[in-house]
Design a protein around this ligand. Structure first.
Ligand code: ADP
Ligand code: MG
Length: 477
């Protein structure tokens, strides 16, 4: 048998914690990292008689995201009770949306291997998060700080065919959420959670196979790894005559395997019904129009504009738009320096390298965009050489000062005065008469030696262009 005869089908459910100050239905803070059970209003505890009050900001963030995902925003959507018992869900049900979700029928375009691809969005609905169970030896402790934190669950169509597509789609959704500033997208802290549904079928078959849901995946790299493992497992299973069980499996990244967690409930197991404590959410057209007007330029559109406006290659445009703050930084440098390609090279090269090395975000970059632009202008104006610029950049990173200041303080500016360089060239030629004679007899490789000598005497400050020019003329004799 060959794995190549098989095709995988993947659909993702992404849970995004919304960056509201308070919870979905109570005034509790959503702040991450508080002491255990500090944020436990009676509503979060599920006390009898405690009534939920809908957080308007959560609806706004959800609708904004829906618009960004090209969804239709339902004029009327309904909260439902999804009944199940877990210790971290004190009410015995989760408030979610069921057959009338806020957002539906959308799509997301993402970029992979040189082309734009599309994933359909089935729906994006609002719900509340559950608390956390912490297992300690024999005991299980409950922390309800997270109970009731607003979530938006973004459900995709089963449109993806490879783990690579799934990971890139998920990265794109994260990017959009961060551009909108509605979710911080932190997979490790769990503010973004990605459940992967996957099935396999023989190539050419129209019918989908039985799907398995993978949970507990806390990085995009693991999305790919978990899916790769699971696809192979399912194919092996079927090839040996077994049936795939519809179930939820957990991914263990240290073992790179998936394990059965529980058999999958069907929707009817949850006994969904409209929550009698909450009114339907009614969205008015003019409110939606206001939200639409507030939408920022989204990453894909921005990447397209970077290609058009700044003549950047596709690759640059996508790297520079991965984060809104990075795109803003690049754009400031590009505009101030009037040299977008150089701006892109510096940002994608030195800036990203230093940020990665020091593990800091672009917001904390010690070099202000105006200063990097200034540096590029100094190179373009031949005040400094490219080589000097690298050193000055390192100094700017260290001290945060402007390149103008550094050049002045260190007496670094480039020597562009012809007579000064001519004088150095003459001295070098006098000191290396043998080399001059050899050069004139045809050992033209020595040219580099002369350049080196002149640069050494000028402490690297002679304009390389002028040095080349003057040396060429003088060495001819
Ligand atoms: P459930 O009722 O089990 O929650 P849904 O139909 O709501 O299932 O789908 C949940 C997710 O699983 C969606 O992202 C959907 O795209 C995906 N999905 C559905 N069927 C399949 C399948 N056969 N293979 C892979 N993914 C699937
Ligand atoms: Mg479902």
């Amino acid at each position: 048998m060959s794995y190549n005869d098989w095709e995988s089908v993947i659909g993702l459910e992404i849970h995004a914690q919304l960056l509201t100050d308070s919870k979905m239905f109570s005034p509790d803070s959503t702040h991450f990292g508080a002491a255990d059970n500090e944020h436990t209003h009676p509503v979060s505890l599920g006390m009898p008689g405690a009534l939920p009050v809908l957080n308007a900001k959560a609806v706004e963030f959800s609708a904004m995201t829906g618009l960004a995902l090209n969804c239709k925003i339902r004029q009327r959507s309904v909260f439902a009770r999804k009944n199940y018992f877990y210790p971290d869900l004190p009410k015995g049900y989760q408030i979610s949306q069921y057959d009338e979700p806020l957002c539906e029928h959308g799509h997301v375009d993402y970029f992979l291997n040189g082309e734009i691809r599309r994933v359909g969005i089935t729906r994006a609905h609002m719900e509340e998060d559950a608390g956390k169970s912490v297992h300690q030896g024999e005991a299980t402790l409950i922390n309800l700080n997270r109970a009731g934190v607003p979530l938006l669950e973004i459900v995709s169509e089963p449109d993806m065919r490879t783990p690579e597509e799934a990971a890139e789609y998920a990265r794109t959704v994260r990017k959009i959420l961060r551009y909108l500033n509605v979710c911080d997208g932190n997979l490790e802290e769990g503010s973004l959670r990605c459940d992967c549904n996957v099935s396999v079928r023989k190539k050419g078959e129209a019918k989908f196979g039985t799907k398995v849901e993978l949970k507990n995946i806390n990085s995009f790299r693991f999305v790919e790894k978990a899916l790769e493992y699971e696809i192979k497992r399912q194919i092996d299973c079927i090839e040996t005559g077994e049936k795939i069980k519809q179930e939820t499996r957990l991914y263990d990244s240290t073992k790179n395997r998936t394990f059965t967690m529980r058999s999958k409930e069907d929707a009817h197991d949850y006994r969904y019904f409209p929550d009698p404590d909450l009114l339907p959410v009614v969205v008015e057209e003019n409110w939606l129009a206001i939200l639409k007007a507030k939408l920022p330029e989204l990453p894909l559109a921005r990447a397209g504009r970077f290609q058009a406006d700044y003549q950047l290659p596709v690759y640059d445009a996508f790297v520079l738009t991965t984060e809104k703050a990075l795109a803003d930084y690049f754009e400031a440098v590009a505009k101030d320096s009037s040299n977008p390609k150089a701006a892109s090279n510096w940002v994608m090269g030195e800036v990203l390298r230093e940020l990665n090395e020091h593990k800091i975000e672009i917001e904390k970059c010690p070099i202000a965009a105006v200063d990097l632009a200034r540096l590029i202008k100094m190179i373009d104006g031949k005040e400094i050489s490219g080589k000097m610029a690298k050193d000055i950049f390192a100094e700017m990173w260290q001290s945060g000062s402007s390149p103008v200041h550094i050049v002045k303080a260190k007496g670094l500016s480039q020597v562009t005065d012809t007579s000064t360089i001519e004088k150095i060239v003459d001295d070098v030629m006098v000191a290396s008469q043998q080399a001059v004679a050899d050069y004139r007899r045809g050992k033209t490789k020595l040219f580099g030696f002369f350049v080196g000598q002149v640069m050494k005497v000028s402490k690297g400050q002679a304009s390389p262009e002028l040095v080349n020019q003057i040396l060429t003329t003088k060495l001819k004799g």
